[in-house]
Write a protein that binds this ligand. Structure first.
Ligand code: UD1
Ligand code: CA
Length: 456
C-alpha cells in the first residue's frame, strides 16, 4: 500500500491573498493539483489532503481526486499529519508533501519510495547557495543524518549549513503513526514539527536518511508571488524544452505557455503570446499563430489558427481559423472549413468545406457541408428566456446580413438573400428573401447633400 499526505492547511500569509496558498496556480493548475496529478502518475493508492484554512476552495476544486482530513488547529506540520486517520492502521509506505512544493516530479516521488527499502524515514534534501528560511539538515562528523533544525531555532553555526529540508518525506506508515505521538512543541514557534521525527526515529534505532535532490529548483517551496512566478518559469521551460525536443517549433518559448497536461504531435509551429491549457490535444502539422488561447481543445492536423480563443471544442483537419475567432462550449468544426475574421461560435457543429469568413455569430446551430455563411449572419438563438436551435443543411448559401430566428431550419441547396430575416423554415432548393422593397427618388440625393452643406 502506497499513500500520500499533502499538507495544505496553512494560511500562506506571505501570499497576501484571500485564496488559500495551495490553490494559487503554477501555469494553468493550482499547486495542490500538480502534486495530486504527479502522485497519480506513479499510482499512489490513497491520497489524503490535510485542509484547514480556506478548505472549501480546495475541496470544491479537487473533489474526489483526493481524500481529505480537517486540521482544526493550525499547530504545526507534525500535528497536521496526525489528522490523516484514514491511514492510521495501514501497512505500507507513506509520502508526506508540503502543499507548497508543486514542482516535485513523479520520478522523484518514486525514488523516495524506493529509498525506504533500507530506512523507516527518508527526507528529501537540497543543497542551496542561499539556504534562506529552510530547515537545516544537521549531520555528524561521519556524515550521518542526525536531525533537522528549523531556521528560527538554529544557532549561528547551524545557520551556515547549506543542506536544507525540502519538506518532502517518505515513511514506513506504521512507524509514522506510532512516533508522531511523541512530538512535542518545545520550540520557538510552539508548534509540533514533523521535522522532529528525525530525532525520534533515530532514538528508536531506526535508520533515517536524507537524500539530496539533483536539481534543487524542483523542490522549491512557494511562499510569495515572486516564488510563484519562479516556479511557473521553471515548469514552463521544462515543458517547452520537452516539446522542442519532440518535433514542435516554438518561435519564442519564453512567451509560449503550455500546460503540463497538454499533448502535441510533431511538426507543429507555435508562435509566441500563446496559451495552451487544460487537456488540449494537438495533432500534427498545425500552425498556431500569435494570440491563441486554447483550453481543453482537440485540434486535428494541418490547421492554420490565428488569434483564436478555443475552449472545450474540437477542430478537424485542414481548417483555417481566424484571425480573431472565438469557439466555445462544444463546437465541432469539421475538415476543410474556413472561419474568421471576427466570428463567434457557441455549441455549433460546422462543415466540412464550409465558409464563414466574416463577422458572424452562430449559437446552438448545426450547419452542413459546403455552406456559405455571408458576412454578418446571426443565429438569433435566445428569446430572453430559452435557447433555440438553428439547422442549416448541406449546400446552402446564406447571403450577407441575415438573421435566422431560431428555432428554424434552412433545407439543402436553399438560398437566403442578403438582408433577410428568416422566421419560417426554408424548403429544399428554395430562395428566401424578406426585405423592404427599394425605392429610388430622382434628385433627392443632390438635394440632401446641399442641405448638409448649408448646415456647415
Ligand atoms: C517547512 C519545514 C522546513 C522546510 C520547509 C520546506 C517544518 C516544521 N518545517 O517549513 O524544515 O525547510 O517546510 O518548504 O515542517 N501546514 C499544515 N498545518 C500546519 C502547518 C503547516 O497543513 O499546522 C502546511 C502548510 O499549508 C504548508 C506546509 O504545511 O503547505 C508547510 O508549512 P510552512 O508553514 O510553509 O512550513 P515552513 O515554515 O516552510
Ligand atoms: Ca513553506
Amino acid at each position: 500500500m502506497r499513500s500520500a499526505i499533502i499538507l495544505a492547511a496553512g494560511k500562506g500569509t506571505r501570499m497576501k491573498s484571500s485564496l488559500v496558498k495551495p490553490m494559487h496556480k503554477v501555469l494553468d493548475k493550482p499547486m495542490v493539483e500538480h502534486i495530486v496529478d504527479n502522485l497519480k502518475q506513479i499510482n499512489v493508492d490513497k491520497i489524503v489532503t490535510i485542509i484547514g484554512y480556506g478548505s472549501e476552495a480546495i475541496t470544491a476544486y479537487l473533489k474526489d481526486k483526493s481524500e481529505y482530513a480537517i486540521q482544526e488547529e493550525l499547530n504545526g506540520t507534525g500535528k497536521a499529519v496526525s489528522y490523516a486517520t484514514q491511514l492510521e492502521d495501514l501497512d505500507g509506505q507513506t509520502l508526506v508533501i508540503n502543499g507548497d512544493c508543486p514542482l516535485i516530479q513523479p520520478k522523484t516521488f518514486q525514488m523516495m519510495f524506493e529509498q525506504l527499502q533500507d530506512a523507516k524515514m527518508v527526507v528529501l534534501s537540497a543543497v542551496l547557495d542561499d539556504p534562506k528560511a529552510y530547515g537545516r539538515i544537521v549531520r555528524d562528523q561521519s556524515g550521518n543524518f542526525v536531525k533537522i533544525v528549523e531556521a528560527k531555532d538554529c544557532d549561528d553555526q547551524q545557520r551556515m549549513i547549506k543542506e536544507i529540508n525540502t519538506g518532502i518525506y517518505a515513511f514506513d506508515n506504521r512507524s509514522l503513526f506510532e512516533y508522531i505521538k511523541e512530538l512535542r512543541n518545545d520550540n520557538t514557534q510552539r508548534e509540533y514539527y514533523i521535522t522532529d521525527l528525525v530525532k525520534i526515529f533515530s532514538e528508536h534505532d531506526h535508520q533515517v536518511k536524507a537524500v539530496v535532490i539533483k536539481d534543487p529548483d524542483e523542490a522549491m517551496g512557494i511562499n510569495d508571488r515572486l516564488e510563484l512566478y519562479q516556479a511557473s518559469k521553471w515548469l514552463q521551460r521544462k515543458i517547452n524544452q520537452y516539446w522542442m525536443r519532440n518535433g514542435v517549433t516554438l518561435i519564442e518559448p519564453e512567451m509560449t505557455f503550455i500546460g503540463p497536461d497538454v499533448r502535441i504531435g510533431e511538426d507543429n509551429i507555435i508562435y509566441p503570446n500563446t496559451f495552451i491549457e487544460g487537456k488540449t490535444v494537438i495533432g500534427s502539422g498545425n500552425t498556431i499563430r500569435t494570440g491563441c488561447y486554447l483550453l481543453n481543445a482537440e485540434i486535428g492536423n494541418d490547421n492554420d489558427i490565428d488569434n483564436a480563443r478555443i475552449t472545450d471544442s474540437k477542430i478537424g483537419d485542414k481548417v483555417k481559423l481566424g484571425p480573431w475567432i472565438h469557439l466555445r462550449m462544444n463546437c465541432i468544426i469539421h475538415d476543410g472549413n474556413r472561419l474568421g475574421n471576427f466570428v463567434e461560435f457557441k455549441n455549433t457543429e460546422f462543415g466540412g468545406y464550409s465558409n464563414c469568413a466574416h463577422l458572424t455569430y452562430c449559437g446552438d446551430a448545426t450547419i452542413g457541408k459546403h455552406v456559405n455563411m455571408g458576412c454578418g449572419t446571426v443565429t438569433v438563438n435566445y428569446d430572453g428566456v430559452n435557447k433555440w436551435h438553428t439547422t442549416i443543411e448541406d449546400d446552402v448559401f446564406i447571403g450577407c446580413n441575415v438573421n435566422l430566428i431560431a428555432p428554424v431550419t434552412v433545407k439543402a441547396k436553399a438560398v437566403v438573400a442578403a438582408g433577410t430575416t428568416v422566421t419560417n423554415d426554408v424548403g429544399v432548393g428554395e430562395m428566401a428573401i424578406g426585405r423592404v422593397r427599394q425605392e429610388n427618388k430622382p434628385g433627392y440625393g443632390i438635394k440632401y447633400m446641399d442641405k448638409e452643406k448649408i448646415k456647415k
